[in-house]
Design a binder for this molecule. Structure first.
Ligand SMILES: [Zn+2]
Length: 288
């Protein structure tokens, strides 16, 4: 079977045709333009015209998604006009194909759980440390997602420090404000350093201030993983996103910190997929 996997982000939409063996037959990107639904339908119909053997369509998108209804409950101004869009309903009518929609972090987690570094595990939690903190939870074949507010598995907005750093979600002290790439930038600035996050990790061997920051970062990440273990009892945690690219500089410290925090040992792995995770995971939504 061939399916179309689509990853919708604020600047580009990536579309790929993937078969049952996870082989990618087409992989293309177009800039995100608005109105987004009209653009999406047009692009999809053009692909289906050329590839009529595509049987189903999976979509991963930024925003809160009611995955049962395939409806975007809420998307930030990154995707203006996208909130409230009945993506599944409209696209099924327009294409005659089965369509599934989920949040981009959830589908990236699905890619790792089914075809990536966690494929030999049954219970996987993925943390994508990028601009924000994306979370994805796959328990057996079940993607923990959706809900009437599309808010399940929004791990980035669990609270680490009550009354802590303000978060765009309206709360204070969310996980996302301490271990994302953006959070690292804030922590670096507050310490009076002028590194980029990548430089921070490189400088850690010589700069005690940088070393201290990385200790605080890994300590927070260990507490976060421990909290998630108490909820999900996962077998593996997969860490992806920009911050994971410097993992060789902080992975050892994280493992040390985890020894103090975990109820039981678990495996921690660095994500196998990069930017392609969203497109592959979206395809996997409909490849089951
Ligand atoms: Zn938040």
């Amino acid at each position: 079977m061939k399916v179309l996997g689509i990853d919708i982000g604020g600047t580009k939409v990536r579309m790929g045709i993937v078969d049952s063996d996870f082989k990618v037959h087409l992989d293309q990107q177009v800039p995100t333009t608005f109105p987004l639904y009209d653009m999406l339908e047009k692009e999809i119909l053009a692909i289906l015209d050329e590839h009529p053997d595509v049987e189903r369509i999976g979509i991963g998108t930024h925003g809160f998604v009611d995955s049962k209804k395939g409806r975007v409950v809420y998307a930030t101004e990154l995707l203006p006009g996208w909130s409230g869009t009945e993506v599944k309903k409209q696209l099924e009518q327009a294409t005659g194909r089965k369509v599934e929609v989920d949040n981009d972090a959830n589908v990236a987690a699905l890619a790792e759980a089914k075809a990536g570094v966690a494929k030999d595990y049954n219970r996987t939690v993925c943390l994508t440390l990028g601009t924000g903190l994306g979370g994805g939870v796959i328990l057996d074949d079940y993607v923990v997602s959706g809900g009437p507010n599309g808010g399940a598995a929004e791990l980035g907005h669990m609270i680490l420090y009550p009354n802590g750093q303000p978060c765009p979600c309206g709360h204070h002290g969310c996980f996302e404000q301490y271990v994302s790439g953006t959070a690292l930038k804030r922590r670096i600035k507050e310490s009076g350093l002028s590194y980029t996050p990548r430089e921070l990790f490189i400088q850690a061997d010589h700069d005690p201030k940088a070393q201290q920051l990385i200790k605080e970062f890994t300590s927070d990440l260990a507490v976060i993983i421990s909290t998630l273990q108490a909820v999900f009892d996962m077998e593996v945690v997969v860490i992806g996103g920009g911050v994971s690219e410097s993992a060789d500089k902080w992975f050892g410290l994280l493992e040390e910190q985890l020894e103090n925090h975990l109820l039981n040992p678990i495996d921690v792995k660095i994500a196998q997929f990069g930017n392609e995770a969203g497109m592959l995971g979206a395809a996997l939504l409909v490849l089951k």
